[in-house]
Design a protein around this ligand. Structure first.
Ligand code: GAR
Length: 210
């Protein structure tokens, strides 16, 4: 069986689609065994269905911006049942809290559309443009209890042009998101990511995970 990953989504699903297409092309040795959305209308659910992946809509009614309560329990249970070894946040717009983090310790990744630690939080691309940054980019990082502050796995620099709009910059960054997310996942699958404090070292050879 291929390395089982679970994906959390809330929206469009272009990162999910890139991951699924890389798997199909044989560039990523993993299998998406479950996609959970907190939003019924997330296009990402359709994307997953088109690839024959099991999808689940599980609303989180307690809070708008965090994953807590009954929903959090259900997310954990489902991913455990499915034997998920890595959780990938792909445009999931809720903050992950302690119980979920503890259930999948060191096994949760996120992608952020800016070069962390700059422009954390929502609308990283808009923040970079408004700040006047000449370069921005994207970051894949492990998720910890803070917001967009977990150890950085991979980053890609993307230029900001004088005539950029939020849309044009977001589009340019997104193309790179689609590449580095799969690369980071593949490194994890190969057991090549070693976390030492804040630093994530990429090991050259394969190292077996427990
Ligand atoms: C992506 O740009 C991702 O980096 C961003 O949401 C978008 C989701 O697009 N995530 C965040 O801002 C998280 N803080 P997608 O649904 O097409 O993958």
């Amino acid at each position: 069986m291929k390395f089982p990953i679970g994906v959390l989504v809330s929206g469009r699903g272009s990162n999910l689609e890139a991951i699924l297409s890389h798997i199909k092309e044989g560039k990523l040795d993993a299998e998406v065994v479950a996609v959970i959305s907190d939003r019924e209308d997330a296009k990402a659910l359709k994307v997953a269905e088109n690839y024959g992946v099991d999808t689940y809509y599980i609303p989180c009614l307690e809070k708008k911006t965090v994953l807590v309560g009954e929903a959090e329990k259900k997310y954990i249970e489902l991913f455990k049942e499915k034997g998920v070894k890595l959780i990938v946040l792909a445009g999931f717009m809720r903050i992950i809290k302690k119980d979920f983090l503890d259930a999948f310790k060191g096994r949760i990744m996120n992608i952020h559309p800016a070069l962390l630690p700059s422009f954390k939080g929502l609308e990283g691309q808009k923040q970079a443009l408004e700040y006047g940054a000449k370069v921005s980019g994207c970051t894949v990082h492990f998720v910890n209890e803070g917001i967009d502050v977990g150890p950085i796995i991979l980053q890609e620099v993307v230029p900001v042009h004088d005539n950029d709009s939020v849309d044009s910059l977001s589009q340019r960054i997104l193309m790179h998101e689609h590449e580095i997310y799969s690369k980071a996942i593949q490194l994890f699958v190969e057991g090549r990511l070693k976390v030492e404090g804040r630093r994530v070292k990429v090991l050259s050879g394969e190292v077996k995970k427990e």
